[in-house]
Design a protein around this ligand. Structure first.
Ligand SMILES: [Zn+2]
Length: 370
């Protein structure tokens, strides 16, 4: 990101003198760059009195309203779409139930139509849009934005999602898996000062996003954080959708929990049973928290995060899951690693993915300005 925009992005207004001091750049260079940023509407001027009582100096601040971002968090069966400003504030949003297993062209075609409708409703056009961020419920190769062998997305393997959407919307398109963008969103909105954070999504499946030194850690191929397929002791009979047995997800994921409860088909049903005080459901969810906690205890020793955030549909069963996770993590991780460790529920809830997809796009777009 340009040095000036990187500083101004925090929203605080600064004068040329402030910026010269902060960057060490010559005043003439700063004037030139500010003119460019002003003419492209990335910043706005304010007349401000100087504290010493001298004549007013012009200060400049980031213009969150300069462009809008289109974001989508696509799930297996449930989707969330939004328009945000450059500060990730949601300007318009909608939800829909479109099954991702209809394949990429049907799903993305629906997405283009929905984005177009949403823009019109909110009074914007594609000219206002600086980029599109999409989260998918499966592994995504980050460099290409293509899904890689996604287990619940038939027809999507290797599909060029950014190119397909980019050709129809005419703006840059960034794609990542849903857990990574949830981690980005939660970190941005609720834990901006936290250096090392793990976001765990407990939905139908289980995965996590890793924030290391305030940046998303994707790993060599974008597969980092796929903890749902770590094998847990005692689960050898549980067959996982990945083809292995004993995976964490096959024991503690929402689909596995629903299969063990009468009257439950989805994660949502499990949560409803817990909320209704159904004892077997409460016990099962708490035990799932312990199983997840045993994997997280190892991660805490390995990675030493200061915060673990628990999100996803099953997390909405509330304290029962968190209690199970905490019970095992605090008893099994090393004392030095847990001394200041916080384990808490997601603050953004089901908006984490949409906000995170916006963060991904905004950082990408601003990085190429000036
Ligand atoms: Zn597995």
């Amino acid at each position: 990101m340009g040095a000036l925009l990187a500083i101004l992005r925090d929203g605080q207004a600064r004068t040329k003198a402030d910026l010269a001091q902060l960057t060490g750049l010559a005043r003439s260079t700063i004037s030139q760059r500010l003119d460019t940023l002003l003419s492209n509407r990335w910043i706005v001027p304010h007349e401000e009195a100087i504290a010493s009582g001298g004549r007013p100096a012009t200060a400049f601040s980031f213009n969150r309203a300069a462009r809008v971002v289109l974001t989508a968090d696509l799930g297996a069966t449930h989707d969330r779409l939004a328009i945000t400003d450059l500060g990730t504030e949601i300007l318009a949003e909608r939800t829909a139930d479109v099954a991702i297993d209809r394949g990429p062209e049907a799903t993305l075609g629906w997405l283009v139509t929905s984005f177009t409708d949403l823009l019109a409703e909110a009074g914007y056009t594609l000219d206002d849009v600086c980029g599109v961020g999409v989260g998918l419920p499966g592994p995504v190769e980050h460099a290409s934005g293509r899904p890689v062998n996604p287990p619940i997305m038939p027809g999507w393997d290797g599909f060029a999602v950014p190119e397909w959407l980019g050709a129809r919307l005419g703006v840059p398109v960034l794609v990542d898996n849903d857990v990574n963008i949830m981690a980005l969103g939660e970190h941005w909105a609720a834990h901006p000062q936290t250096d090392h954070l793990i976001f765990v999504k407990i939905g139908t499946g289980i995965g996590c996003g890793v924030i290391s030194d305030r940046h998303l850690h994707r790993g060599a191929q974008g597969a980092a954080g796929d903890i749902g397929h770590i094998q847990v002791a005692g689960g050898e009979l549980a067959l996982c959708r990945c083809g292995n047995t004993g995976c964490l997800e096959a024991i503690a994921g929402g689909a596995a929990l629903a299969a063990q409860l009468e009257g439950a088909v989805t994660s949502r049903d499990v949560v409803n049973l817990v909320r209704a005080g159904n004892l077997p459901a409460v016990q099962l969810v708490r035990q799932a928290g312990r199983e997840i906690g045993s994997v997280l205890a190892s991660m805490v020793n390995f990675f030493n995060p200061s915060t673990i955030v628990i999100g996803g549909a099953i997390a909405e069963a509330g304290e029962h899951v968190l209690a199970g996770v905490r019970e095992v993590v605090y008893s099994r991780s090393l004392p030095l690693a847990t001394e200041h460790l916080r384990i808490q529920a997601s603050e953004l809830g089901d908006r984490a993915g949409m906000i995170g997809a916006a963060v991904m796009v905004i950082e990408h777009v601003l990085a190429s300005v000036d």
